[in-house]
Design a binder for this molecule. Structure first.
Ligand code: SDX
Length: 423
């Protein structure tokens, strides 16, 4: 069947059925208003596709996640974050030469304009790193004003993409140094992407950072797992803002703002604070689960549930294993991991969660790994943003390449006052 029929007031209308690579189907309602005078209404866009995309595929029922057709488990095991970023943005695995050029672009664009460091002077030490990230990423368009995509000169896009992927890492590390009152550690040209970040975070004039290959491997895995996730809240924001033809810096800055929300990327910080509460205040896991089920209580079990996954989030599975192996490999014992494992075990057996298909999502275990790396909870969503940057850029580029290019402008059903005159 290649079409869908809708009957309104006894009139029958036909609309094409679109079938995706994995046989998922959509009703193309592009002509709905023109044909019927009706629009659709879909709170939270639960049933609405905003675009056709070739970047990421999720099967929520089977717990499948693929970037450009490659399964996330394979990518997390075999690729680096830089290779994954290239794959997402350019659609193919980089050749040796392409990887060398891309890495060089990242290296050459890792330093912030020195005047940007003065921004940090005026910021209070307790400033949330996500607020700093929003301010600094948007400010990149002040220092690098030639930021409009020139289709005749793809090198402009390549440069802006490399600048964002590289500099978000520097901004994040500088915000951490600012918060602990230590001098900034500048990026180095001799370190790979993740090791450079760890060095900027944990090196100091009195104690240089000892490069830790295992930590570098775990950080690569964390960033790969966060790199893209089809049309989630922040990526949809980047696409919508980008559709006004504003520059890429402003578009991803809007994505950073959307990601900050506790229902989205901010959940990883909420999870750790929830686990710390249980640990420090002696709350029982059962009490927390009861609160989450209580309709009179606004408390949510952060790190559980997902709009698309109605099965175990494949990223959570990878992170759960990584937590156990990384911590045991260092003979580290984090009581929060024990609480998380107990919480997961009880939730997966609880009818309320089973009925609603609520499973651990990417945010449930990620914070435990970030903690083990020495990264503070206030930085967790910033880490999510560093990982998601290549996905936002890839989706923004795909949106720009979609013809005919159209500004995103949803409709509404008006339910306010009928026409009335001023008294
Ligand atoms: C991310 O979209 C993406 O791809 C996002 C992301 C990405 O990579 O970009 O995967 C990253 O944002 C992961 C999600 C992180 N957020 C959290 O962990 C916050 C806690 N989770 C929930 O707030 C919720 O599950 C959402 C926001 C993730 C999904 O919300 P939905 O799809 O709108 O689901 P819903 O609110 O309609 O919930 C359906 C039912 C409700 O109960 P009933 O009204 O049917 O009785 O499930 C309940 C909800 O009350 N429910 C929860 C719950 N999540 C849903 N109850 C308790 N605890 C929870 N966490």
């Amino acid at each position: 069947m290649t079409s869908a029929k809708i009957i309104i007031d006894k009139n029958e209308y036909e609309f094409p059925l679109i079938t995706g690579t994995e046989q998922e189907r959509a009703i193309d309602i592009s002509s709905l208003y023109a044909q019927t005078g009706c629009i659709t209404l879909d709170n939270g866009f639960q049933n609405t596709g905003a675009c056709a995309s070739a970047i990421t595929y999720i099967d929520g029922d089977k717990g499948i996640l693929r970037y450009r057709g490659f399964d996330i488990t394979e990518l997390a095991e075999k690729l680096t974050f830089v290779e994954t970023a290239y794959l997402l943005i350019y659609g193919t695995l980089p050749t040796i030469d392409q990887k060398s050029v891309f890495s060089r672009h990242l290296t050459e664009n890792s330093m912030l304009h020195e005047d940007m460091t003065h921004y940090f002077v005026g910021m209070p030490p307790h400033a949330h790193p996500m607020a700093i990230l929003c301010a600094m990423v948007n400010s990149l368009s002040i220092f690098y004003p030639h930021s409009f995509i020139d289709d005749d000169n793809p090198a402009v896009f390549d440069l802006i993409a490399a600048r964002l992927i590289s500099m978000i890492r520097t901004i994040a590390a500088f915000s951490y140094k600012k918060s602990i009152g230590e001098p900034f550690v500048y990026p180095r040209h001799d370190l790979r992407y993740c090791m450079n970040f760890l060095n900027m975070m944990f090196s100091s004039p009195v104690k240089p950072y000892e490069c830790d290959q295992e930590a570098e491997r775990v950080l690569n895995k964390l960033l790969i797992l966060h790199a893209d996730h089809e049309q989630n809240c922040s990526t949809s924001t980047v696409r919508l803002v980008g559709s006004s033809m504003v520059n890429l810096y402003a578009s991803v800055c809007a994505g950073i703002c959307a990601l900050w929300g506790p229902l989205h990327g901010g959940a990883n910080q909420e999870v750790i604070e929830m686990l710390e509460d249980i640990h420090r205040k002696g709350h029982s896991v059962q009490d927390v689960i009861a609160m989450a089920k209580d309709k009179n209580n606004s408390f949510r079990l952060f790190g559980f549930g997902h709009r698309v996954y109605k099965n175990y989030d494949p990223r959570a599975k990878i992170l759960k294993d990584a937590c156990s192996s990384f911590l045991s490999g260092r003979s580290m014992n984090d009581p929060l991991l024990d609480i998380a494992l107990e919480l997961e075990e009880l939730v997966l057996r609880d009818e309320y969660f089973i009925e609603r298909k609520l499973y651990p999502n990417v945010d449930f275990y990620s914070g435990i790994l970030y903690r083990a790396l020495g990264i503070p909870a206030s930085m967790f969503t910033v880490m999510f943003a560093i990982g998601r940057m290549p996905g936002w850029i890839a989706q923004w580029r795909e949106m720009h390449d979609t013809k005919p290019f159209r500004i995103g402008r949803p409709r509404q059903v008006y339910v306010g006052s009928a026409h009335r005159s001023l008294p």
